[in-house]
Design a protein around this ligand. Structure first.
Ligand code: 6GU
Length: 233
């Protein structure tokens, strides 16, 4: 998968060198290229923002550098890319979104700062490929960089070959609508805390049953919004 990132803070993406995604890049499974938006400014101060038309607080990112940055990426793109603009005003990014995007050949992340990007940039991008405004959840980050990193990791680990053992992907939280069951390893007793007996029993059927019950109970406690509505409620 080809991934381009446009940002005024390329250093945020230095961590893509490490861990699982770093290995995926080394193995040629993931081709990530980070672009500094300021390289597409034309004034001495490398200005990327200006005051909003209509007034209001904060600054808005100017369209011209964005247009040039996107043109440069598309000029050497393998196919029509999918543009992802992280935004607290976007649609919710979920595991299903990550799955869907993990089969895309080319993603372009556009990281906004300040109060946002001039709306015409999204309109222009939609002439070059699909455009998705994506939110991680109902809270506000300072810019799209950390959100893009989260999405790149969630998507990248679903690319075949990136995660060593693909079986570890199917039993995860959010893959089938329930949270994960609790996990334990040795020692069986640690500071007077015991591992649940059933896990030491060697009885696979009872283990599976217990784990499923734990998943349902945790989901009801922590994330009732994930469960179908209770008809007796
Ligand atoms: Cl995708 N961007 C920003 N700036 N804030 C967020 C977000 C994204 N998702 C949640 N908060």
């Amino acid at each position: 998968m080809r991934v381009d990132v446009v940002t005024i803070f390329p250093a945020f993406f230095d961590v893509l060198e490490v861990s699982l995604l770093g290995r995926a890049r080394g193995a040629g499974l993931l081709d990530v290229r980070v672009h500094d938006l300021r390289d597409h400014t034309t004034d001495r101060h490398r200005t990327v923002d200006d005051t909003p038309y209509g007034g209001g607080a904060g600054m808005v990112m100017k369209p011209e550098p964005w247009g040039l940055a996107l043109d440069g990426i598309v000029a050497d793109a393998p196919s029509r890319p999918t543009f992802i603009f992280p935004s607290p005003a976007g649609e919710l990014f979920t595991q299903a979104t990550a799955r869907e995007l993990s089969s895309a050949p080319h993603l372009v992340f556009g990281c906004g700062r300040y109060e946002g990007i001039d709306e015409r940039v999204f309109t222009y991008a939609s002439t070059l490929g699909d455009v998705r405004l994506m939110s991680l959840g109902d809270y506000v980050l300072n810019g799209g960089e950390v959100a893009s990193m989260a999405m790149i990791e969630a998507i990248g680990r679903l690319i075949p070959g990136v995660v060593g053992n693909p079986e570890s992907l199917v039993e995860e939280s959010h893959e089938d609508g329930l949270l994960e069951y609790p996990s334990y390893t040795k020692p069986a007793t640690w500071r007077d805390y015991e591992v649940p007996d059933v896990l030491l029993s060697g009885h696979h059927g009872r283990v599976a049953e217990w784990r499923h019950a734990q998943r349902v109970e945790r989901t009801r406690e922590r994330r009732p919004d994930l469960l179908p509505p209770d008809p007796t409620a």
